[in-house]
Design a protein around this ligand. Structure first.
Ligand SMILES: Nc1ncnc2c1ncn2[C@@H]1O[C@H](COP(=O)(O)OP(=O)(O)OP(=O)(O)O)[C@@H](O)[C@H]1O
Ligand SMILES: O=C(O)[C@H](O)[C@@H](O)[C@H](O)[C@H](O)CO
Length: 185
């Protein structure tokens, strides 16, 4: 069965860097969740206002649809997405479950995806340093605290692994690659 890999974590944890490198290495399609935020969400973040559930739910539903399309056509894919709360990961996995996407009838069973969440985790101080250096991104470093406040790290029965963001991006990519290889054994 195709695998949908969601690289998750707070802003600046390295999701885009790791996700795109992994995509290049594995030859899997890479989607950056940031590219799918509506303009209002971008403006809000750029103004230093954290997103709330209402802002994120339609965005997560859209990302679910992208992964479902990949899954349905038997393609492995990678998505970089903050996916900070358990409820958000539920939406990514089963559109409508745990959040109100408004598209499923009550009697319908939501289609589920074969998702593995890869949580890039590490100290706020290191991420803050990386964000201070990052140029040309709409997300202000000042929002990092709210990202940590919102974060609910994944835990069983969620299918997830946690990788330290203190390693280099190429080490992280290799570690994920190794994990996936063993899944297929
Ligand atoms: N493992 C790493 N080691 C050193 N620097 C890194 C590492 N991963 C990412 N970076 C750098 O840290 C910054 C943040 O990384 P990146 O933009 O990939 O994070 P992100 O989680 O996608 O952030 P956002 O959610 O805000 O888009 C970038 O400048 C990137 O070059
Ligand atoms: O859920 C969120 O608050 C958002 O997804 C943010 O994490 C940003 O998209 C991203 O990280 C911007 O840099």
């Amino acid at each position: 069965m195709a695998l949908q890999l969601v690289v998750m974590g707070v802003s600046g944890s390295g999701k885009s860097t790791v996700g795109s490198q992994l995509g290049d290495k594995l030859g899997w399609k890479f989607y950056d969740g940031d590219d799918y935020h509506p303009e209002e969400n971008r403006k809000k973040m750029a103004a230093g206002i954290p997103l709330n559930d209402q802002d994120r739910i339609p965005w997560l539903c859209h990302l679910h649809d992208i992964l479902l399309r990949e899954q349905a056509s038997g393609q492995n894919a990678i998505l970089a997405c903050s996916a900070l709360k358990k409820m958000y990961r539920c939406i990514l996995e089963n559109r409508g479950t745990g959040g109100d996407c408004g598209h499923l009838e009550e009697h319908e069973t939501p289609p589920s995806l074969n998702i593995l969440f890869v949580h890039l985790a590490g100290p706020m101080s290191l991420i803050a340093k990386r964000l201070e250096k990052r140029k040309g991104h709409f997300m202000p470093p000042a929002l990092l605290q709210s990202q940590f406040d919102t974060l609910e790290p994944p835990s069983p029965p969620e299918k997830s692994i946690t990788v330290s963001l203190e390693k280099s991006a190429s080490e992280i990519v290799s570690e994920i690659e190794e994990y996936i290889k063993n899944l297929n054994c």
